[in-house]
Design a protein around this ligand. Structure first.
Ligand SMILES: [Zn+2]
Length: 510
């Protein structure tokens, strides 16, 4: 990926003229010329796994990511004013960052919040922490009930602690009032402008709630979307069939596929492993879909002309998905524009590399998960960390990898993702973690720029700076060249479809 300096002219959203120069970048639109000294132009970044509406909600919500204890979370919550209906919602607590790493319980919340329901989502979205009022509304009591693929954690006496895992989450969250349409639109647009600031011009939006489709379509028709969105709709319970969702294509909003889950997350021990967790010898995690169920769901989606993206974290989950993808490929071999995406692909057993032989199997990875999970991953996986967060090994198998962040779970800043790909330095340390899996800057840029645009549903007229291509590009303060300087890179300006959607005015030179 070559950095560009020189002149770019934009006409009707398209690059109509390019002239290389040295030491400056000049972007000429219909009515304005932007001049940047010493800056470099790159095609816009793609985040191949994010959640736009959730980012919008998070930007406006009580954020618990930085809290260092459960008490800290409660104190921050006491200062937060905005309620949804009468619910207090919070996002991002992470007991792995607390002094006392055990799961919180309802007691801390009940002390301060007796009369209003409280629901705090864990950072990975795979568990919630609620108070007694919320459980009362949801009808959760001392009576035990089996929840397939989920759990209500209980004390020895059978009473619920206030922590719910995976499929149990919905028992509470279905009672939370919905946001108004106006608020959702506002949140989505807030999220997009935040993404633009970070040089993102294209997003693969995961788990799109079918209720939001019309909002996105309206925003798109009103030309308010400043980012290109490729959506994968929620499908675990066949939501897309109930809503009769079909593929949809427009310049800024497209529905390309469905999103399935075969397991949960590593932090909450919901990831399905082949052998038990190193720190919980009887637990191998949860497989949410068996091979046969997964096969049927994928086959059905293909019948609806939809692509498929499947969440798989543990090695058992990845084996299940890979075997199924291979069977499906046998059946649909002639469909060359179908791509089979594994989302996360965090732990792949080396015996399963043999299933990674078809170029249509894509691993959509989030490098930043690696450097923030490393400490926890060692505890959960022990020796198996050798096979976790594989990048170089996947490239060696000729597997196409896509870069993403899983925002708002992690930062949506792609520069941090590129740095994690290249340096793989554990958060808050100077230690490289399994350095043999690092990849070089050019490979990292491919994962964030060209690979996602090579997929059938994306458009090849982006991802390269050349005449005739769409004006989707960014201006950076430095060239992405030195491994140790990546974090010093700043996005100075972002253009989407030839329109300037973000600019840091302090960098315009003359
Ligand atoms: Zn996600």
């Amino acid at each position: 990926m070559e950095a560009f300096q020189g002149k770019i002219r934009l006409t009707k959203g398209v690059i109509s003229y390019l002239e290389r120069g040295i030491g400056y970048s000049e972007i000429e639109t219909n009515n304005l010329t932007y001049k940047f000294k010493d800056c470099f132009v790159y095609p816009g970044f793609v985040d191949s796994h994010g959640h736009i509406a959730s980012l919008g909600t998070k930007l406006n919500a009580l954020q618990l990511n930085d809290c260092l204890s459960k008490e800290d979370c409660v104190q921050k919550a006491l200062k937060h004013q905005e309620l949804r209906g009468n619910w207090l919602l919070g996002y991002g607590w992470n007991n792995e960052n607390w002094f006392n790493k055990s799961f919180p319980d309802k007691k801390e919340l009940d002390f301060y919040f007796k009369d209003i329901p409280v629901c705090f989502y864990r950072v990975d979205g795979h568990s919630i922490w609620v108070n007694s009022k919320a459980m009362e509304i949801a009808g959760i009591n001392n009576r035990k009930c089996d929840i397939k693929g989920g759990d209500i954690i209980r004390y020895k006496d059978g009473s619920p602690t206030g922590v719910l895992i995976d499929n149990a989450i919905e028992i509470v969250t279905k009672h939370i009032p919905k946001l108004s349409k106006e608020k959702i639109s506002k949140y989505i647009l807030n999220a997009i402008s935040e993404l633009n600031k970070n040089g993102l011009t294209e997003i693969h939006d995961m788990d799109l709630n079918p209720d939001l489709i019309n909002i996105y379509k309206e925003l798109s028709e009103a030309e308010k979307l400043n980012i290109r969105i490729f959506s994968f709709v929620k499908a675990q319970d066949d939501e897309y069939i109930k809503y009769k969702i079909k593929p949809y294509c427009s310049d800024f909003f497209s529905i390309v596929g469905i999103k399935l889950y075969v397991d949960g997350a590593l932090g909450s021990r919901g990831a399905a492993l082949l052998a038990p967790y190193s720190d919980e010898p009887r637990n191998k995690g949860l497989l949410l879909l068996k091979e046969k169920e997964l096969y049927e769901k994928i086959d059905k989606a293909i019948g609806h002309d939809l692509q498929v993206a499947v969440h798989a974290i543990g090695d058992r989950a990845n084996r299940t998905v890979l075997k199924t993808f291979n069977k499906i490929l046998e059946k649909h071999y002639e469909k060359h524009n179908l791509y089979f995406r594994i989302e996360h692909a965090q732990i792949i057993h080396p015996d399963d590399f043999c299933y990674l032989s078809d170029g249509r199997i894509i691993c959509s990875v989030q490098p930043i998960h690696c450097i923030s999970d490393s400490e926890m991953a060692i505890k959960r996986l022990g020796q198996r960390c050798k096979y976790a967060y594989l990048w170089k090994s996947l490239l060696n198998q000729n597997i196409n990898i896509l870069g993403g962040s899983d925002f708002p779970i992690e930062s949506h800043n792609p520069i941090l993702g590129i740095d994690a790909f290249v340096n793989r330095i554990e958060n808050n340390t100077i230690k490289q973690w399994f350095s043999e899996e690092t990849i070089n800057i050019s490979q990292a840029l491919n994962a964030y720029i060209s690979n996602p645009r090579g997929l059938g549903y994306s458009n090849i007229k982006r991802g390269k700076l050349k005449e005739g291509n769409y004006g989707d590009f960014i201006v950076l303060n430095k060239e992405l060249k030195s491994k140790t300087e990546i974090k010093k890179i700043k996005v100075i300006a972002t253009f989407v479809n030839g329109k300037n959607v973000f600019i840091d005015k302090s960098f315009i030179s003359y």
